[in-house]
Design a protein. Structure first.
Length: 64
């Protein structure tokens, strides 16, 4: 979680395709699943909401 501010800052410098943004989002969700011991079928949206963490696509859209 400490590297996330750096990653969100750098995402604005990258010109990524939508498929790459989705792929990065999958990894972001998987990180939450691993931290909170969830399986792949469980949603992490509510956890991300309470952690004040937006989906990667939102960060990418804000910077572009």
């Amino acid at each position: 979680m400490f590297s996330w501010p750096l990653l969100t800052y750098l995402v604005g410098a990258l010109d990524m395709s939508q498929s790459k943004v989705r792929e990065l989002g999958v990894h972001w969700n998987d990180a939450f699943r691993r931290i909170f011991s969830l399986n792949t079928l469980e949603s992490v949206k509510l956890i991300q909401y309470f952690c004040c963490a937006l989906h990667v696509k939102h960060y990418y859209d804000i910077q572009h």
